[in-house]
Design a protein around this ligand. Structure first.
Ligand SMILES: O=P(O)(O)O[C@H]1O[C@H](CO)[C@@H](O)[C@H]1O
Ligand SMILES: O=c1cc[nH]c(=O)[nH]1
Length: 238
């Protein structure tokens, strides 16, 4: 079996999949946290790997950037490869002052300015919510502390969005961070009967001139990956 974007065979993917945006991060996850990882797909250079994590099968596949891209990969995994749960592990920009560089955000919901959400059911603004059990397991794995945040994020089609007033309003509505995929992933999981969550590492701040370097963005997300993998494990064995 192949799909237009995945060349894996039936059964090649585990029920749980970690999904970073960046393909190089996918390979790094396979090399650092999976045991006996093997390459199962590499269409368009989007490599997917399956191995085990703490003795349980687990896969990793990159999503690329933006809602259209994550929606393609998540749909094909849920619909054709028997995947039950996808945990996005990505970077995000902090919105409130209290959310700092390298902090972890467990995204319980995702607001969006994308038209994609409004195309699914005419006239309805669907809510984009994480799966409760995955979010609860991630929150428990993350523990408490001022570097861990649990709440809604903003998924946008624009990376270069110069709208300070928008971020003020989003902050007033309790929004923790901005990124580009979570709402698409949550909508796809809802449509396909799957489970989804995003665990984000803060790589920059929308109001402060500070940011991780590209190399740091690739590597400084280990805590988020461990939290997401633990949540997938809890969901898989429950
Ligand atoms: O680090 P990733 O997972 O790619 O996520 C964030 O980084 C990209 C933008 O640089 C977008 O995909 C955004 O959502
Ligand atoms: O989409 C993103 C990702 C990281 N930082 C941002 O400001 N936006």
């Amino acid at each position: 079996m192949v799909t237009p974007h995945i060349s894996a065979a039936p059964g090649d993917f585990a029920p749980g999949v970690l999904m970073p945006g960046d393909p190089r991060r996918a390979r790094r996850i396979a090399e650092t946290i999976l045991q006996d990882a093997r390459l199962v797909t590499d269409v368009r250079g989007i490599e997917g790997y399956t191995g085990t994590y703490r003795g349980v099968p687990l896969s990793v596949l990159a999503s690329g950037m933006g809602m259209p891209s994550v929606t393609i990969y998540a749909t094909e995994l849920f619909r054709f490869y028997g995947v039950r749960s996808i945990a996005r592990v990505g970077t995000a920009g902090g919105i409130p002052a209290s959310v700092g560089l390298r902090d972890v955000v467990v995204a319980t919901a995702a607001h969006t300015d994308s038209a994609m959400g409004s195309r699914r059911i005419d006239g309805v603004h669907l809510s984009h919510a994480a799966s409760f059990r995955l979010a609860a397991a991630a929150a428990q794995a993350a523990g408490t502390g001022r570097h861990i945040h649990v709440g809604p994020v903003f998924t946008t089609d624009h990376f270069y969005l110069e709208r300070p007033a928008l971020f003020e309003q989003l902050e007033a509505h309790g929004t923790l961070a901005v990124e580009m995929e979570a709402a698409g992933l949550y909508a796809t999981a809802a449509a396909e009967g799957g489970h989804a969550l995003a665990v984000l590492t803060v790589s920059d701040h929308v109001r402060r001139a500070e940011a991780l370097t590209p190399a740091e963005r690739e590597t400084d997300f280990d805590r988020a990956v461990t939290i997401a993998a633990t949540a997938l494990l809890a969901e898989t064995i429950s």
